[in-house]
Every structure is written in C-alpha cells, then in structure tokens.
Design a protein around this ligand. Sequence first.
Ligand code: NAP
Ligand code: F7E
Length: 349
Amino acid sequence: MHGRQQVRFTTHGRAQRAAPGTTSDWRALMPKALITGITGQDGSYLAEHLLAKGYDVVGVVRRTSHHSYERIEHLIPRVEIVAADLLDQHSLTIVIQEAQPDEIYNLAAQSFVPTSFTQPVLTGEFTALGVTRILEAVRLVCPRARFYQASSSEMFGKVQQTPQRETTPFYPRSPYGIAKLYGHWITVNYRESYGLYAVSGILFNHESPRRGMEFVTRKVTDAAARIKLGRATELRMGNLDAKRDWGFAGDYVDAMWRMLQAPTPQDYVVGTGESHSVEELVAVAFGHVGLDWRKHIVVDPKFYRPAEVDFLIADPARIKAELGWTPTLSFEQLVTMMVDADLRRLQAR
Ligand code: NAP
Ligand code: F7E
C-alpha cells in the first residue's frame, strides 16, 4: 500500500507541482485531504487520523451564528477551516478549486433518521443533492481527486438478505435512507460516466464518546452515567427490539482512508459482523455502573419511527480480505468505554 501511495502522489498529487530540493517543497509533497462534515463525529476522527499520517487537512464548515467546533477544537491550529454549504454549489466549487485536494471525504449530511421523517425535503437537499453538488465541483475543478462518499447501512432498510454485503439489494425505510441511496448511486454514476476515482463506503452504525446525544448509544450511555451520579432517574426510549451492527467510529475512519488508497475504486461494506438489540445495549451500559435498567427505562411511543429498520448485520468479508481492515473494539468494550467517558465528562462539571 505504501509503495502505491508513493506512485500516486507523484502521479496525481501535489508533488507534480513541486520543484524538488527546497524546504517548502517538503510541505508540497504532503498529501492534502478535504473533509466535509469535519465538525461531526466522523469528521473529527478522520481529521485526527489523516493528520497523524502527515496529511494537510482542509475542513469544510457551514456558516452558523455559533461555532460547533467542540469535536475539533484540539485540532484547529493544525487544520485549515474553510466555509461552504451543501446547499450552495458555488461555495463548494470554490473551496475545492482553491484547495486542490488529493482526497475528498464527503461526510456532511443531515444524518439523524427521525429528523428525516419531519424534514424530508431538507434531508433530500443535504444528503442526496449535496452529493451531486460536490461531485459536479470535483468533475469541473479537481477531477484527479479521489472522492469518498459516506453511504449507510440504512440503505438496506427492510433487509433482503442476511448478513448484508456489497451485492445485497437495497430497500431503504426512511427519507434519510432514500437520500443516502441517491448519494450512493450518483457516486457510482460519476465513476462510470466520467472516470472519477469515486467510491462509497456502506458503513454500519459506528459510535464513540463524540456521538451526537440524540443517537441511541450516546443517549443510553449519557443516561446511565447521569442516573449513576444521581442527576436523573429515568430514560424514555423507543423500540428496544431493534438490532444494529455497532462498531467504534475510530476504526471506521481508517476504513474510509483505506478505500481511497486501493488501486481501483470500489465500494465496500464496513461493519463488525455482530448484531445486538437496543435492549442489550441498555443492559450492558446500565450493568457497567451497577444499575438495573428495568427500574429506569420507560418505553415511550413518541420515540417510535413511522417505519423501522428492525435488524442489520454486516458481512465485512470483502474489506477484510482486500484492504486488511478489521474492527478493534468489541460491542461491550465500545459501550463501557462510552459510559466511562460520559461519567468522566459529567463528574468534571
Ligand atoms: P454527524 O455527527 O451528524 O455530522 C454531520 C456533519 O455534517 C456535521 O459536521 C454537520 O455540520 C455537517 N453538515 C450538515 N449539514 C450541512 C450542510 N448543509 N453543509 C455543510 N455541512 C453540513 O454525522 P457522523 O455520524 O459524523 O456521520 C458522518 C457521515 O456518515 C454522515 O454523512 C452520515 O450520514 C454518514 N453515516 C454515519 C454513520 C454512523 O453510524 N455514524 C453510518 C453510516 C453513514 P454542523 O456541525 O454544522 O451541524
Ligand atoms: O437508532 C432505536 C431506533 O438513531 C438506532 C445514523 O448514524 O446509523 C444511524 O442511524 C436504533 C433504531 O441510529 C431510541 O428505533 C430505540 O432502530 O442510534 P439511532 P440509526 O437510526 O440506526 C446509520 C447507519 C446512519 O447512517 C445514520 O446516519 O435504536 N431506538 N429507542 C432509538 N433511537 C434513538 N435515536 N432514540 C431512542 O430513544
């Protein structure tokens, strides 16, 4: 892989533009990555991962009245922040034209499934058409860049095959899943139509202490910690029977990077190959701090979805065999690590 990377950076990368022999050329030889969604969970881990590999990292943020940089504060001096919005073609074209990155990771999206039911049109604009806007910019102003699209296991939805692999037919069950399916196919289409190096990672749920509070893992680990510390007594939740293939986000950003180093552009499924129910998640999190979850969880129909994805489990055989990727944390390690992180955070306040 490293040998190929050398070839790549001298063939397509900035080394082409560097006159050899000066100190400033050393920086010009570093690969450059542009990340949309850098303020999100995955964006922050990916930025760390790429900086550790010596990349120059450019992070795209949207303009808001209040910065949402909590997850990347520690990286700010080392990451260049630029402003663009998935809704605005011109801003995307300009940042890509100016950065001339070797790799582009499109992680920005409206990523919360329940919001996609209440704001389906906006979700389509961000999560579906946003991908086309970026691909158009890549095609026009930086076609040599390698492009990664954040596809999702939500595209499998009402599953047609178990476990789910690259060849499994899609059946999305939410406006989010449908928008991701559009993003997935437009990426395939630009690869086939224009010869772009454009790939989709079909990632199953991945979590961390940086996960948004509205997602089920973080909601549960935060509540277990609060209840343990006497700051809350109950947690209201939706469907405890749903099953997911949950992994650690830090491992999944490495899969994204590996996909862009492959000799030929290909889509991959990324997951652990293990599935657990929401009830198991609650039991592990509450059990870790010595609590009986049955005394604290209240099932509230308000958290049920109009259509549910009941059961997801990945078959990650292809990415393991071809790119040498493997998850490092078990389900129990992931959940207990998140509970411990929430305990530390709450105790520090
Ligand atoms: P996340 O924490 O929700 O982060 C989403 C990012 O997108 C944030 O940085 C957000 O910026 C940005 N964003 C939203 N709308 C934007 C817009 N209009 N213009 C520019 N930026 C915008 O999501 P994540 O968990 O890191 O996931 C990363 C990507 O992988 C997403 O595309 C998600 O759909 C996909 N995915 C996630 C999982 C998972 O389990 N985590 C699995 C499969 C696929 P603000 O900070 O300004 O809101
Ligand atoms: O729900 C059930 C809920 O919101 C998981 C996103 O990153 O992964 C994520 O989507 C399950 C569902 O994630 C509550 O009904 C029960 O069955 O954590 P979640 P998600 O919908 O699977 C995919 C791969 C993505 O691509 C998405 O961007 O948990 N559940 N009770 C609950 N879920 C929530 N949020 N809150 C509850 O109280």
